[in-house]
Design a protein around this ligand. Structure first.
Ligand code: F6P
Length: 326
């Protein structure tokens, strides 16, 4: 088994609330085991540009409650080239870094897995993305906070929607998955939810919206995931207006507001668990794996599998939206 003396941690791809808590956990767990820990700033981009610095326990003080990522993030094009990855590896060697903890989503793990295959440097992945679309875990760091952010925003929209008897289309994040949309829809009592995983046509949507008419509903809210295949919030509002012009429709796109803010208790604790477990795993000789959680159990998934497969929404929950919105 290899002896690990120096771990580097980095965040990559879209930031997510709780990434700081995860970095803090990796740094402090490393120091607890008397291992040197460095941060690689700006993810793979910083690895290529040698933006690397040693951290101590104090350098991660008071970051557990902060959204975003203090060690920055980037989506790196250069790392997709062999030349870029070679440069990155040479920089790690300069610093005597012998293991990595990668915090991010599937783009991050794709890069991490290729890097592992080429240079055999031990890597453990921690899932950090608001989308929750990563195979091998039931929760990713940031998903709970982002869906709470969306819920709070929709609660506020409800006040104004009700005052004017309006039909609101609220677009939430989720390029390929409807996790945030579904959670927000159930938590806010939305009339319908439009996600990439279902193929609801505007006509069917109109029928769902009209279901509440007899009950004299004073407002309706439709939650739309940005990756919905049959139209985003703006397109769906237009389609419904064409089918039935009597609605007073409004569109709100929540956008990046969902990704910011102080992480929830759940995300902080998940980040703490996965950060400590990542260091334990590296010390036990594990590599090329992603950590995750199912209920209280920590799980390991080969990075290759985590990239190839996807996490899917629980379609039974779609029924809840329909039943509870009459
Ligand atoms: O993957 C997280 C995510 O927030 C997606 O929900 C969204 O589509 C994307 O990132 C936005 O990326 P960017 O901030 O680079 O525009």
């Amino acid at each position: 088994m290899r002896t690990i003396k120096h771990i580097a941690v980095f965040t990559s791809g879209g930031d997510s609330p709780g990434m700081n808590a995860a970095v803090r956990a990796v740094v402090r767990a490393g120091l607890y085991h008397e291992i040197k820990v460095s941060a690689i700033y700006r993810g793979f981009e910083g690895m290529i540009e040698n933006d690397i610095a040693v951290l101590d326990s104090r350098s991660v003080a008071h970051i557990i409650d902060k959204g975003g990522t203090k060690i920055k993030s980037a989506r790196s094009k250069a790392f997709k080239t062999k030349e870029g990855r070679q440069k990155a590896f040479n920089n790690l060697k300069k610093h005597n870094i012998d293991a990595l903890v990668a915090i991010g989503g599937d783009g991050t793990f794709t890069g991490a897995h290729i890097f592992y295959q080429e240079f055999k440097i031990p890597i453990i992945g921690i899932p950090g993305t608001i989308d929750n679309d990563i195979y091998g875990t039931s929760f990713t760091i940031g998903y709970d906070t982002a869906s709470n952010n969306a819920m709070k925003a929709v609660d506020m929209i409800r006040d104004t929607a009700t005052s004017h008897n309006r039909l609101f289309f609220v677009e939430v994040m989720g390029r390929d998955a409807g996790f945030i949309a579904l959670r927000t829809a159930i938590a806010c009592g939305a009339k319908a939810v439009m996600v990439p995983e279902t193929k609801i046509q505007p006509k069917e949507l109109l029928a769902l919206i009209n279901k509440g008419k007899s009950a004299k509903k004073s407002s309706s809210i439709v939650i739309v995931a940005e990756g919905n295949e049959n139209g985003n919030a703006t397109e769906l509002a237009e389609a419904i207006n064409k089918l039935d012009p009597h609605f007073d429709t409004k569109v709100t796109i929540l956008g990046h507001i969902q990704r910011g803010g102080s992480p929830t208790t759940y995300d902080r604790i998940l980040a703490a668990k996965l950060g400590v477990a990542a260091v334990d795993a590296l010390l036990k000789g594990k590599e090329d794996l992603m950590l995750g959680v199912y209920d209280k159990e920590l799980t390991f998934t080969p990075l290759e599998k985590a990239i190839k497969k996807h996490n899917y929404i629980d379609k039974d929950l779609l029924r809840l939206v329909e039943i509870l919105s009459i």
